[in-house]
Design a protein around this ligand. Sequence first.
Ligand code: CP
Length: 310
Amino acid sequence: LKHLLTIEGLPPAILFQILDRATEFEAVARQEVKKVPHLQGKSIFNLFFEASTRTRTTFEIAAKRLSADVINLNVNSSSQSKGETLLDTVDNLSAMQADMFVVRHAESGAAHLIASHVGPDIHVINAGDGRHAHPTQALLDMYTIRHFKKRFENLRVAIVGDVLHSRVARSQIHALTTLQVPEVRVIGPKTLIPRNVERLGVRVYHDMVQGLKGVDVVIMLRLQNERMNGALLPSRDEYFKYYGLTPAKLAHARSDAIVMHPGPMNRGVEIHSDVADGVQSVILKQVTFGIAVRMAVMSLLAAPMPHSAA
Ligand code: CP
């Protein structure tokens, strides 16, 4: 694997390789010294052209734990503000002997464009492009599910909310179906579920209570207002009434169901605080696991020689 741009089309063996390597890095993270030498001497550039808290920070921590040098491009004070094109920026950073670009961009396809442009020795990781894909988020979500449920077989997983505008949901659906999760449900209003999404191997529910019945995993999504282009939306109160996860609605899932959210959460819109902070929530564990999963991805792409993680 040279770049990680999408989950779609990746074989199960690659996904399991990443999850297994992340498990080894999780063990390293429990040691007093959390660093390994795998990417010593490598220069990793974080290019975040769109806001991020979790992804950018955990990529930086992951790169540092792999002993790489990390450069965070400050997009607001970069020469893009003077009219430099994306590819000219990439060319100039490549001339600084970059080994890897971690790219987030509001335009779908931005990471693919950069990957098709850079030289043969540079790796590109998509850290979220428009509505298209967020592969490392899906991988850390799969890691979280395996950690708590121990398996993918026999699981029922529900993804709830604004599936239409969600790159996270798209990548999760590809990951869950690749890993042979037998029942993947999407739940949301008709206006926020993509047409023909059943083709991806999911069941569609518009009634949240029906959709949550008997599920093992509930993944909540944020309303992606920034990608809606002024579409007619339900009010926040109305949305919460029908699609907000409350303790009463969660009671329809299995009693040992876990609740996940990629963040950022909008409390009182898609999730009630009693659920977000409740015993079934694994939302902050997802964030922690993101470090090991991103270490696994970066080391598999760019480690100069085979290392075991530990
Ligand atoms: N889940 C996620 O992508 O969060 P950030 O936007 O904070 O990176």
